[in-house]
Structure formats: C-alpha cells, structure tokens
Design a protein around this ligand. Structure first.
Ligand code: ATP
Ligand code: MG
Length: 268
C-alpha cells in the first residue's frame, strides 16, 4: 500500500506546493511511483506540473476536473494525467471551491464528510508508492478531508519570521481535531525548515527554537533554502538540466529531503 503524505501548514506562501512538486519529482527519479493530487482551487501544482510536461508535448488539456469527477462519481483513476515516467497528477481547477458545499449537502454526518476523500483514493493507494496531497493554507473542512486520508504530514516551517507559533497551532489542531475527534490515523513525520538564506542569523535562531520546541529528532536534518531557480520554475515548469549548476543545486537539495523522508518513513 502506498503512503499518503502532505507537506502542510496553515500559513500561506511558505513553499508547500514547490516542495511537494520537487520532492515528488525527485522520488519519481529514484524509481518510486508517485502520484500528486492538487487539492487547491488555485491549482498552482497543476500549473507547475503541466508546464513541466508541456516541454515534451505541445498541448496539454485537462479533461475532467477533480470537482466534476467527484460530483459525477467518476473514479479518480480515470482523471490521472501522466507527467513524466513514474510521476502522475490529479489536476485541479477553480471549480474545486465548491467542494466544501458539496460535502455539506451530501452528508449530514460530520464524520462522513471528513472521511469522504479517503474513500475515493483507497484504490489508488494500491497503484503508487507515494501519494502527495497539495493543500491550500487553511484549517477547514476541505483540508480536514485531505489530512484524514494522509498517513503522514510534514509541517513546512519557514524560518525567516515568527512562524513557530503558527506551526504549534497547526500541530495542535491536527492532534485535537483530526486525531482526537475524527480518529484519523494521521501522524506528523517531522518539521521541514525552509531557510531564507544559508547562514542567516534569524534562520538559525528560529531553527534552534524549533528543535527545542518540537524535539531535535522531529526536525528534518536536510533543510531547503530559498533559491531563485525554484521561483523561476513557476514560469518554466521543473527544469532539470544536468549541466546547469542552478538546476543541480535545486535537485540536490530536494533529493536529500526526499531521501530523508524515505528514512523517516522507514523508522515509523
Ligand atoms: N525553496 C524556494 N526557493 C525560492 N522560492 C521558493 C521556494 N519555495 C517556494 N518558492 C516560491 O515562493 C512562492 C510560494 O511558494 P509555494 O506556492 O510553493 O507556497 P505555498 O505554501 O504552496 O503557497 P500557498 O499557501 O499559496 O499554497 C512561489 O512563487 C514559489 O516559487
Ligand atoms: Mg500552494
């Protein structure tokens, strides 16, 4: 059975989508079968991966959106798009903003709402080694349904500002709501720091505080730093030119995180 994982935080713009895409991409290069599910109506992951794919092909069209698949009872396996070898995507679109309303109309029972998405991906877990769900930055029914279906959550922590308190609130929310009330089996795999600049004092201070707060073992040893090349990929899609030092640097950082993710999963 594949593992379902989300890089999450309820703070916006901390690198959840880029990290999901680049960790997933690097796992697929290591020969793991990876599915990414875009769970955000903003569809940033969809846009990034379609750009990655369309370098090889001229036109990429999305047939059925996640929302219309859900409302029309279409098996999610049928809307999977192949991006690269070992790397697939369930794309999303703006109509996904209807999803919470759909859940509220469809189910009276809160437990049924929260566990609904899990029932849709049960079969997919048999086909992939890893399924990543890229969520929007909220504490909401929408995200609860994603987190409920996760085995593990990696908390993305930007170390350049006062994000520690936010991460604490997020973890407490997962514990108090998902685990205690809805009895989800989700676990927190660790905290992944995203540093503003290598060696910047504020990063180091926040990193130390995070280790004190969450325990040294719970903070990833491999961190991500802010790299212009990652930002450029919003426009170009994922680039991976073996002769380009910037691409090499990006993939070296994210493949190290991917390897640590595998190690941590193994230790679970
Ligand atoms: N390691 C990085 N280095 C440089 N830029 C980055 C890095 N990670 C993310 N970014 C950039 O920061 C912006 C926000 O990143 P991203 O969309 O991944 O964050 P997010 O947490 O998914 O945001 P949202 O909460 O809106 O979903 C994007 O323009 C992205 O390219
Ligand atoms: Mg995002």
């Amino acid at each position: 059975m594949g593992k379902v994982i989300s890089f999450a935080n309820f703070k916006g713009g901390v690198g959840k989508t880029s990290t999901t895409a680049l960790v997933g991409y690097n796992l697929s290069k290591m020969g793991k079968k990876v599915l990414m599910i875009d769970f955000d109506a903003q569809a940033n992951l969809t846009s990034l991966l379609l750009k990655t794919k369309s370098k090889d092909e001229d036109i990429v069209t999305i047939g059925t959106s996640l929302m219309s698949a859900i409302t029309n009872n279409i098996n999610l396996g049928e809307i999977v798009l192949n991006i690269e070898d070992n790397l697939d995507l369930i794309p999303n679109a703006v109509d996904f903003s209807m999803y919470p309303r759909f859940l509220e109309k469809e189910f009276d029972d809160e437990n049924k709402r929260v566990s609904f998405f899990n029932s849709l991906i049960v079969d997919l877990k048999k086909e992939y080694d890893y399924i990543f769900i890229d969520v929007p930055p909220t504490l909401s029914l929408l995200n609860d349904t994603a987190f409920f279906s996760c085995d593990q959550i990696v908390v993305v922590l930007q170390t350049q500002e006062r994000s520690l308190a936010g991460a604490e609130i997020f973890i407490k929310y997962l514990q108090d709501t998902l685990i205690d009330i809805f009895h989800s089996g989700v676990d927190i795999l660790g905290i992944l720091p995203v540093l503003s600049k290598k060696g910047a004092k504020v990063d180091l201070v926040v990193l130390e505080e995070a280790k004190k707060e969450f325990g040294e073992n719970n903070v990833f040893n491999n961190t991500i730093s802010i790299m212009e090349r990652v930002k450029r990929m919003d426009m170009t899609g994922i680039t991976d030119d073996k002769k380009d030092i910037h691409d090499k640097r990006v993939h070296s950082a994210f493949s190290n995180v991917a390897k640590e993710l595998l190690d941590r999963l193994e230790m679970e």
